[in-house]
Design a protein. Structure first.
Length: 381
């Protein structure tokens, strides 16, 4: 239940009789006529949360009792504050409870959002639906080929606080936008939503006569082939052109604009490349010296690493050769030992010829001396 802070008397439901109260956040529902199609960004909510944490809730939200659910409320103004306070883990919020009509809820939804971050196409839709449901007269027509007249706009201005000229702009733009997208392909329906109300107001004048030309203008404007000021100039030119030649003239104008845009893009790309070259040529001496020093240091480090790698490789190769040499001597020793142990070789001791025996002895001594001399090379190392 809402915690009432002031007493109010029962009054005429047509009158605004505000009641200040603190109500539970879980009993508040969104505005059924909320025109905003996207949720607030995380950054927007974070900023609001920081503000509430710092200074508290500075102003109450506006709600009405839900006409279909007892002890429930619908928010007229303050949806972001509700979301931020929920994110902060708060349970209640200060609110002004009013017996708002559907009409007043629609106006509040527009007043809270229309000039914030809505696309023009969403603004137009909200304004048109409000006009159609609350202000449209019996004789009004939607999307006529002739000039569409919107009645009661002055009354709408008075109750919404939006200038009559701007309301008329939104209404006319919406009608033109709907006429253009009625049989348009999917990609064009996306593009038409990005065109501003001011541009659409001009394009809508052509849409009454030729939907095809209007669609071409929308595509050209959405792709930025033509600028806002050019839209009005092109529309004026086409209105002064005989109907039979209008499509050809429109095609010629848009083709020329596309070619001009390509030339501009090419020139811009060439200019950018030229500027980059100039920057490279004007690179400071200090920067060049720095780069040269970095390259020299890098080269020296690479040379040092290569030297270490080569030295390690040479060490490994030397150890390998030494091992191979040792194995060859061991093999030779084994062969010598085997030779002198051979029974046939022992028979030399029984040689009867003194001269042969002498020669054998001298030969063996020579072998021993040679081996001893060779061994001296290793003893000193």
């Amino acid at each position: 239940m809402a915690k009432k802070n002031t007493k109010t008397e029962k009054s005429d439901p047509l009158r605004i009789t505000p009641e200040f109260a603190e109500i539970e956040l879980n009993k508040i529902e969104s505005n059924p006529w909320q025109p905003r199609k996207t949720a607030p960004t995380d950054e927007e909510i974070a900023d609001l949360m920081s503000s509430i944490k710092a200074v508290g809730q500075t102003s109450p939200i506006r709600v009405r009792p839900n006409p279909l659910k007892e002890n429930r409320f619908q928010v007229g103004d303050g949806a972001m504050r509700i979301q931020a306070m929920r994110a902060l883990g708060l349970k209640t919020i200060r609110a002004i409870i009013e017996p708002l009509s559907d009409k007043q809820m629609k106006i509040l939804a527009i007043a809270a959002n229309i000039f914030v971050k809505l696309r023009d196409s969403d603004k137009e839709k909200a304004i048109y639906e409000l006009w159609e449901s609350e202000y449209k007269g019996e004789g009004d027509a939607r999307g006529q080929k002739s000039t569409t007249v919107f009645t009661n706009v002055r009354e709408m201005e008075r109750e919404t606080g939006i200038a009559q000229s701007r309301l008329t702009l939104y209404l006319q733009s919406y009608v033109g936008r709907m006429a253009i997208t009625r049989e348009a392909p999917k990609e064009l329906k996306v593009a038409v939503k990005e065109v501003s109300s001011r541009d659409m107001e001009s394009i809508a004048q052509i849409a009454k006569e030729s939907t095809k030309i209007a669609q071409q203008l929308v595509q050209a404007r959405a792709s930025d082939t033509i600028k806002p000021a050019e839209v009005r100039e092109i529309v004026k030119t086409l209105q002064e052109t005989p109907a039979a030649e209008r499509e050809k003239v429109a095609q010629d104008i848009l083709t020329a604009k596309k070619d001009g845009q390509k030339a501009i893009e090419k020139a811009a790309a060439e200019t950018k490349a030229r500027i980059e070259r100039i920057h490279e040529e004007r690179e400071s001496e200090e920067e060049r010296v720095k780069k040269s020093e970095e390259k020299r240091t890098k080269d020296e480090e690479a040379a040092r690493l290569k030297e270490l790698k080569d030295a390690e490789s040479a060490r490994v190769n030397k150890e390998k050769l030494d091992a191979e040499l040792l194995q060859s001597y061991i093999k030779y020793l084994n062969n010598v030992v085997a030779y002198f142990n051979d029974d046939k070789k022992r028979k030399t001791a029984n040689v009867r010829s003194d001269s042969v025996r002498k020669q054998i002895g001298e030969t063996i001594q020579t072998i021993a001396a040679t081996i001893s001399k060779f061994a001296e090379q290793y003893r000193g190392k």
